[in-house]
Write a protein that binds this ligand. Sequence first.
Ligand SMILES: O=C(O)c1ccc(O)c(O)c1
Ligand SMILES: [Mg+2]
Length: 627
Amino acid sequence: MRRSIATVSLSGSLADKLTAIGAAGFDGVEIFENDLVAGAMGPEEVRARAADLGLGIDLYQPFRDFEAVPPALLARNLRRAEHKFAVMERLGATRLLVCSSVSPESVDDDALAAEQLRLLAERAAEHGITIAYEALAWGRHVDDYPHAWRIVRMADHPGLGVCLDSFHILSRETDPYAIETIPAEKIFFLQLADAPRLPMDVLYWSRHYRCFPGQGDLDVAGLVAHVLRTGYDGPLSLEVFNDIFRQAAAMRTARDAMRSLIFLEEEVGERLDAQGALNLPAPALSLPAPPPAAPVPTGFAFAELAVPEPRPLGDLLDALGFVRTGVHSGKPVELWEQGEARILLNSGSAESEDGPALGAIGLESPDPGASVKRAEALLSPVLPRSRAPRDAPLDAVAAPDGTELFFCRTARPDHPSWTDDFGRDRREPPDGEITHIDHVALTQPWHHFDEASLFYRAVLGLRPHESLELPDPYGLMRSRAASTADGRVRFALNVAYVGAHDGVPYGASHGGPGVAWQHVALASRDIAATARRLRAAGTAVLPIPANYHDDLEARHDLGAERHRLLRELGLLYDRDAHGEFLHFYTLTTGRVFLEVVQRLGGYRGYGAVNAPVRLAAQHAASRPRLG
Ligand SMILES: O=C(O)c1ccc(O)c(O)c1
Ligand SMILES: [Mg+2]
């Protein structure tokens, strides 16, 4: 099947867009009229440029407000159409998208709409052009695909069919099942977009918040499965109107778009397989071969912090009960361990220029080689294995925020272990309260948030959780977790909302809304003991205001003794339907802080209700003291 994308989905000039679309490996484009009209390239030049890049022009769009109008207006609309046919002939485009009318001059008369669309299709046929009629979710009289299809059927012209757009169908919760009653040869085009569920006006939602399939909440794969079951074999074409993608680098967005499409095809294939491939029409069976399956990671192997020098983070780890169990044989890297929690302090990395930063994460993979093949097939940058000859080979890819992800098998007989690089006389890890890394929180650049949630889902096979908004004293943080089903690997992805025009958040002079902070959360089996241990070592933790604990007592009745303990040790508290959560934070150094957490029962969250208190406390603690 052809893979296409509408030029409206990307930033830049039409030439930039085409270059990016070609580089990402698409087969075709939908030329969005505004891109042509506002651009310097004439239609012949666009045609030649697209051809040079191996791109077909699969659609020209949109033609608006055509049907069901009084005769005088029809004549004007046909004249307008003739001009567009001429442009399309110069472009070499043979399919025109007509959106259902939003004009107050159109009337609610299906027979009239059908008659006029038939006339349009007849005129178009004289130029070798066909018409795909699309129901906009906010169309004045035609606002869903069953209605558009009734009109197309009534018009009964071979050059007139429907265009289906997943956003218009799924946003309004129109039942996609009836798509299967449309003959494949009458589905002229298929546009795909996802979106987060937002309770807002559908036009505004569509024009600003669409995203690539797999990044939002709509069941795009389910819809495509219905379409393919008809025997449709036209393009799968992404059409995304998104305020952030309009600003982001086109090359990167195009690659993100292609990753989304590859992942979508895989999901569609699984749906169709699950429903029995026997009665499927041929096009549905000719979906491209899916990428190699994602080996689901089974835990964190390590977190690597780039540090200017091993102290003071080493002192903090020591106070937490970690032991330095080894030093890398060839690089200034220390390995600190407790239970299965492993932290590397790397003082030989340029990333620590502004103080400690999280540089790399090791994930336990059942098959590290397969993890990298998957990442590569989904267009993730694979990192070179430029390591000293003695080093255990490590397979790594770059996550969207630049963090290096290593796929490891720690101390397993079937695979070289990265721990072998830390000397034969490695000490035994101590058995303390801290048992393992619970989660890692990464801060995404503001324009890579959707890309990141798709990356963790598609490349690593994690499940995305709902997207949350967390107030920070200097802005809003958007936060979304992604985890394995068993919770052994959990990521929290955060991004600072910005007045997205200059990329510099208000409050930047205060460090901005938690802009660059990253953290590693350590699981403790007895968080009170861990907190006391730090206190005994004279290590300060993030102070929590008494107001928080007053409010906590109002919200929960945990008994006087427990409330006293939480207050005394500065612990934060949350609960969900599955269990309870206790946590506290260390002070931030550079970009990094540590969190200590204890999950009681099957608590599934990350203490998000407490994030505003944490963020405010962190700003207060990091503000330079006056006088
Ligand atoms: O928002 C719009 O106007 C618009 C235009 C063309 C489309 O294909 C579409 O889905 C929406
Ligand atoms: Mg559309």
